[in-house]
Design a protein. Structure first.
Length: 355
């Protein structure tokens, strides 16, 4: 059980959350503690597996979502936490228990925010999407989310507002040829050589940089793997170039796919994976208020995050959290204690200010 003092202090609460081991799939204990803390408030609390939803019911004209995942990647000699010189070290400090702690701290201490708030603490973000607690909630109980007009995901952004997110697609671009003994190569057709124009198009590709709501989204089209070859004395009959397209959220998945097909015109293209981006939505009034509360300009989220799951439900969203995203999943993961304090203050100022 978290004591009142711990819940009242976002730094102590971060540490308490970090010190409950919660590698994806093992969130029972941390979810129990979070549920217990929320059950002692006036919030309406519901639990689905190890995902917990807590809602204020204040009849405010607007509702916002604050969301954070409870799980971490596997430990790597970085558990439990330790603090030193203003830094808190440990698995999950940056990604994203500091952010989750801020949401839980506000849920417990802000009884009358100016917007209704739906707090979501969810399981299995760090593993495949089929197990993702937010995805499951959005699929099975969308009504718990869709009455919100704006969402904040407290993933690490180092204290900056990061609007929306990029979309991502993976495609296989294939060439085929004909096998032959390499001693008599003219009897075959070399599929690896035929891949040269694919690589050439990638090498010459000029990626777009798109500014949306003041956020600069830099696209990228890159080969990430190449396979082909049969044996040291065989002309290969197949070559596959795996390409990853990271696209700005002004393209939807269909438009992104059309673009990829156009780039590789004349080649066989197979789509293996696709996830939409999310527009920054920084023109939403609640977003503008949060931006004003941070006092810093926004930037684009270069990466894919669960804000896209809100976007699919028609809810604009942004990322804002104290951790440094570049430290996520690293052995030396840590968070600046000042950033936790600042993040909690900004969010509180935002939820309290007079509309
Ligand atoms: Zn995360």
């Amino acid at each position: 059980m978290f004591t009142r003092d711990v819940l009242a202090d976002p730094v102590a609460l971060t540490r308490a959350l970090v010190d409950i081991e919660s590698v994806s799939g093992n969130e029972a204990e941390i979810a129990d503690r979070v549920e217990e803390a929320l059950a002692a408030t006036d919030l309406k609390v519901e639990r689905f597996g190890h995902t917990i939803v807590a809602r204020t019911e204040l009849d405010r004209p607007q509702r916002v979502v604050l969301a954070g995942h409870l799980d971490t990647v596997p430990l790597h000699d970085n558990f439990p936490s330790r603090t030193e010189d203003g830094l808190m070290w440990g698995c999950g400090t940056a990604d994203m228990k500091a952010g989750t702690a801020i949401a839980l701290h506000l849920a417990v201490t802000e009884a009358a925010p100016r917007h209704d708030v739906t707090y979501v603490f969810y399981e299995c973000e760090e593993v495949d999407s089929a197990r993702n607690g937010l995805r499951i909630l959005a699929d099975r109980n969308p009504h718990l989310l869709t009455d919100a007009s704006f969402a904040v995901l407290l993933e690490p952004t180092h204290g900056l507002i990061e609007g929306g997110c990029q979309g991502t697609q993976r495609v296989l671009v294939r060439t085929s040829g004909k096998r032959a003994h390499s001693a008599r190569s003219w009897l075959g057709e070399n599929a690896i050589h035929k891949a040269a124009p694919i690589l050439e198009r990638l090498r010459r590709y000029r990626e777009r940089i798109v500014t949306i709501d003041g956020c600069e989204f830099h696209e990228g089209l890159n080969a990430v793997r190449i396979t082909g070859g049969v044996a040291g004395n065989v002309i290969p009959d197949e070559c596959v170039v795996e390409v990853n397209f990271r696209f700005a959220p002004d393209r939807d998945e269909a438009a992104a796919a059309d673009h990829v097909r156009e780039v590789f015109e004349g080649f066989e293209v197979e789509f293996v994976d696709s996830a939409p981006g999310a527009l920054p939505g920084l023109d939403a009034p609640a977003a503008r208020e949060l931006l004003a509360a941070t006092g810093r300009p926004p930037r684009a989220k270069l990466g894919w995050t669960d804000v896209a799951r809100f976007a699919v439900l028609g809810i604009p969203g942004l990322n804002y959290g104290p951790g440094d995203p570049n430290l996520a999943h690293k052995q030396d993961e840590h968070v600046e204690i000042d950033k936790i304090v600042e993040g909690a203050e900004v969010m509180r100022r935002w939820l309290r200010a007079d509309a």
